[in-house]
Ligand binder design. Structure first.
Ligand SMILES: [Zn+2]
Length: 150
């Protein structure tokens, strides 16, 4: 668990703790990429999104490094990789907050919005029970477009 705060110093401190807890050495690229994911407005970023933002910030980093660090984060369970069927087809990454949520994805822009609904969650459990099915994992992804994208 960590605190999402807009205070840059706090984010850096929490990032360091998080990296150490995950057994990863605190390196500058890891901290910078973790900070990007933590402060991401929509919580979901592709490697290229992160790369472009870091370059805009004046950082010296390669796309290959961003990919490698994200893969390490995924292996260490800090981040989750999603393969949404949106137009650009790029994997997007989000921090693993431990809580479950589902996603709606715009096929037009790749915009991702998270949602959680108790009724949907409970119905899934009931349906699984009717089929003597034990759910170990699930993901619900709605594809479409947001009205403001016209
Ligand atoms: Zn998400």
């Amino acid at each position: 668990m960590y605190i999402v705060s807009l205070n840059t110093d706090n984010i850096v401190i929490m990032s360091n703790i998080e990296l150490k807890n995950a057994g990863l050495k605190v390196t500058l690229p890891r901290v910078k990429i973790l900070n990007k994911l933590e402060s991401a407005e929509n919580h979901h970023m592709s490697a290229e999104d992160i790369y472009k933002e870091l370059i805009n910030d004046g950082e010296v980093i390669s796309l290959a490094t961003v990919y490698r660090v994200l893969t390490q984060f995924e292996a260490a369970n800090i981040a989750i990789r999603h393969h949404f069927d949106s137009d650009n087809g790029q994997a997007v990454f989000e921090l693993n907050h431990g809580g479950h949520h589902d996603h709606m994805v715009s096929l037009k822009t790749g915009k991702v919005v998270e949602f959680y609904d108790d009724i949907i969650e409970n119905r899934q459990k009931e349906i699984a029970k009717e089929h003597n099915f034990k759910i170990t994992e699930h993901s619900l992804i709605l594809y479409g477009e947001f009205s403001e994208e016209d």
